[in-house]
Design a protein around this ligand. Structure first.
Ligand SMILES: Cc1cc2nc3c(=O)[nH]c(=O)nc-3n(C[C@H](O)[C@H](O)[C@H](O)COP(=O)(O)O)c2cc1C
Length: 395
């Protein structure tokens, strides 16, 4: 997602400095070009070597460094970056930024740049709530600086409250709007994901191999591109960033109810979930004991969620179905699309369930686009682009 984007990751001297290493790793994994700046305070908590090893680049720590000034001077470094991300941002660096103090490399870089800046504050709750810190934060926000967090929770000092640095994945989610074109701004997307689980007795269930990975990635991809996203997630669906509004459900009936409520009037509904076609006609309390010999179990059919959503009076403007098939993929999926009243369908092979790579066919109207084998992260981006094309009327 961040391929070709230049991120200047600045680490200041708080206990959360070690978590910036995870952030650097995530940024690189997303294809960003990362350079690091550390304050002297930060170097007390974690060594520059960690970031040099992760980024493959020298870490900048000193303002008065002739060699570095020759190679990449502080002004050049400030201008090089598409975004300056300060994580963690201490009360001290926030104060320096707010008051235009330029007595170290990071504070000077902040004053010397024009592009977007994102701060992820991290400090003790009392420090965060201190009048001076709050005043400084307001000054910076009024000046267009962006903030993510701090989050609430247990702090390293043993206290509980606001002050934790946001999770690296949530910091990334806050970074996307500053770096990526917000093509989907103003749109509301509802996505369902994962398997469903039908109870037979207190311990046994009927489910399937779906992992929910592609649906979760689609939700993140759409939110990165500016959409407001609601994810209705079946059991085991991977965690999603904070900008995705998520509702966890278990059974097909719960999935239907949640989808119906969320999808009414939405711009897009994408049904990636592998919803159980059947549920047990009878459910038993407790655990059924063995010893009854062979058993015959009666199943009842569940509602077809896509058909139901596509047939609603205030149906979403676009309904995208998914079809897992084992043969005649495009032919069977095309028929399903028509029968369900969906606007498009993504056909894929059943062997793609629960694995990290995907492939398949996007069918919309009478056109078919093939998605060749790729990582599901890329596939999610590919699919969102197909939806955008459909919205724009591109065949
Ligand atoms: C053990 C320890 C932990 C600290 N943790 C934090 C912190 O989480 N957040 C913060 O704003 N300051 C924290 N401080 C205070 C900063 O390190 C101090 O204000 C320092 O001057 C910050 O420098 P810098 O902003 O240039 O990195 C901590 C200090 C110590 C000794």
């Amino acid at each position: 997602m961040l391929s070709g984007k230049r991120v200047l990751l600045a680490v200041s001297g708080g206990i959360a400095a070690y978590r910036a290493a995870e952030l650097a790793r995530l940024l690189i994994k997303q294809g960003a070009e990362v350079r690091c700046v550390m304050t002297r305070g930060a170097c007390e908590f974690i060594t520059p070597l960690t970031f040099e090893a992760l980024t493959g680049q020298q870490v900048h720590t000193e303002l008065f460094d002739l060699t570095r000034e020759r190679e990449m001077g502080h002004i050049k470094l400030a201008r090089w970056a598409d975004v300056l991300l300060v994580a963690p941002a201490t009360a001290d660096i926030i104060a320096r930024f707010a008051h235009g103090i330029c007595d170290n490399l990071l504070a000077t870089l902040f004053q010397a740049r024009r592009g977007p800046v994102l701060l992820a504050p991290a400090m003790n709750t009392v420090m965060w709530e201190a009048e001076a810190t709050q005043r400084n934060v307001r000054l910076l926000q009024d000046g267009g600086v962006h903030l993510v967090g701090p989050a609430e929770g247990d702090l390293a000092c043993g206290e509980t409250g606001f002050g934790r640095m946001s999770e690296p994945s949530d910091i990334l989610a806050a970074l996307y709007p500053l770096l990526l074109e917000q093509t989907l701004a103003g749109q509301r997307w509802v996505i369902n994901a994962g398997p469903t689980r039908e109870s037979w007795d207190g311990v046994r269930t009927l489910s399937n191999r779906a992992s929910g990975r592609l649906g979760a990635l689609l939700a993140e991809e759409a939110t990165m591109r500016g959409a407001e996203v609601q994810l209705i997630a079946g059991p085991g669906t991977p965690a999603t960033c904070a900008t995705v509004e998520r509702q966890n459900v278990e059974t097909a009936a719960e999935m239907l109810l949640a989808c119906e409520k969320a999808a009414a009037g939405a711009d897009v509904f994408v049904a990636t979930a592998a919803v159980s076609d059947y549920r047990f006609a009878e459910q038993h309390a407790g655990k059924l004991k063995r010893g009854a010999g062979s058993l015959t179990v009666q199943l009842e059919e569940n509602a077809d969620i896509v058909a139901y959503i596509a047939g609603m009076e205030d149906r979403p403007r676009r309904v995208v179905a998914f079809a897992a098939e084992s043969t005649a993929h495009t032919e069977l999926a095309g028929k399903k699309m028509q029968a369900k009243g969906a606007d498009a369908i993504f056909a894929n092979d059943i062997t793609r369930m629960g694995v990290s790579r995907g492939a398949g066919w996007w069918i919309s109207g009478d056109s078919v686009h093939e998605a060749e084998d790729m990582d599901k992260v890329e596939l999610a981006a590919w699919l969102v682009s197909r939806v955008i094309e459909m919205q724009e009327g591109v065949k």
